[in-house]
Design a protein around this ligand. Structure first.
Ligand code: CAA
Length: 258
């Protein structure tokens, strides 16, 4: 598939999707979001893909929704077209894990796009922020909701109300990113994580993604029950027999997604 604003490569069961609008620091316009949603949907359906990686450039993961695109829009326009909803629904619908590899700016919709992924690995150059308040608007892709779940109320209020940026070290301390690596190692470390996940049984990776996400949607009691039942269900798979047998026989498991 030929795209203009993203680059997609599939290698060793990992699809790497790179945002590629350098002239606008990967700002999210209609075209980019549509192409991204299409590429993610295709990768989710591709048997040769087990894990997805979403990344940008050294300077910017994405500097937010495209301000040029939004400036002239009215309430009626954005409400009737339900701005950003169809694409983000598509981006977050898939069951295979998505890792965000973030270097440079991840601001506004860029920070929110990273948070739509399953976890974030940050370069030490990464800067996260919800600066929409400076534009006379507010976050619209999860900056008041997902960010609050990641970092708690106080920091989410601070980020959204002051518009200040958070560096990678603070983002790791706050729980927004899973780890920080030197910028030059960002893709090496991310690909190593992606390949490690790709080796596992895909039934298990999907079950884990579904279960962790359930923690955000339900009570502890219901979440624990859901987890227990999914754990029980995995005993119906051949991969459970293979994984446990391989451990006891001191060999590498050969998972077959069955
Ligand atoms: N939309 C459109 N274009 C953008 C952009 C954006 N969000 N961010 C950067 N650009 C463009 C700039 O206009 C500039 O283009 P020109 O060369 O044609 O002037 C180019 O990218 C390079 O940007 P700068 O010259 O500003 O680069 P810098 O290094 O001086 O600053 C920056 C970098 C701090 C990221 C600065 O560009 C910036 O503050 N960008 C806007 C960040 C922002 O406000 N994001 C939130 C957007 S709203 C949103 O996302 C809503 C939502 O939640 C859905």
């Amino acid at each position: 598939m030929a795209f203009e604003t993203i680059i997609v490569e599939v290698e060793d069961y990992v699809a790497v999707i790179r945002l590629n609008r350098p002239e606008a620091l990967n700002a999210l316009n209609d075209k980019l979001l549509t192409e991204l949603a299409t590429a993610i949907t295709a990768a989710q359906a591709n048997d040769k893909v087990r894990v997805l990686v979403l990344t940008g450039s050294d300077k910017a993961f994405a500097a937010g929704a495209d301000i040029k695109m939004m400036r002239e829009k009215s309430f009626t326009d954005v409400y009737l077209e339900d701005l950003f909803t169809p694409e983000t629904d598509q981006i977050t619908r898939g069951r295979k894990p998505i890792i965000a590899a973030v270097a440079g700016y991840a601001l506004g919709g860029g920070c929110e796009l990273a948070m739509m992924c399953d976890f974030i690995i940050a370069a030490d150059t990464a800067k996260f922020g919800q600066p929409e308040i400076n534009l006379g608007v507010m976050a619209g892709l999860g900056g008041t909701q997902r960010l609050t779940r990641f970092v708690g109320k106080s920091k989410a209020m601070d980020m959204n109300l002051t518009g200040r940026f958070m560096d990678a070290e603070e983002a790791e301390r706050a729980g927004l990113v899973s780890r920080v690596v030197p910028a030059k190692d960002l893709m090496k470390e991310t690909m190593a994580a992606a390949h490690k996940i790709a080796e596992k049984s895909m039934i298990t990776t999907m079950a884990i993604k579904e279960s962790v996400n359930r923690a955000y949607e339900t009570t502890l009691h219901e979440g624990l029950l859901f987890e227990r039942r999914v754990f029980h269900a995995l005993f119906a798979t051949e991969d459970q027999k293979e994984g446990m047998s391989a451990f006891l026989e001191k060999r590498t498991p050969q998972f077959r997604d069955r």
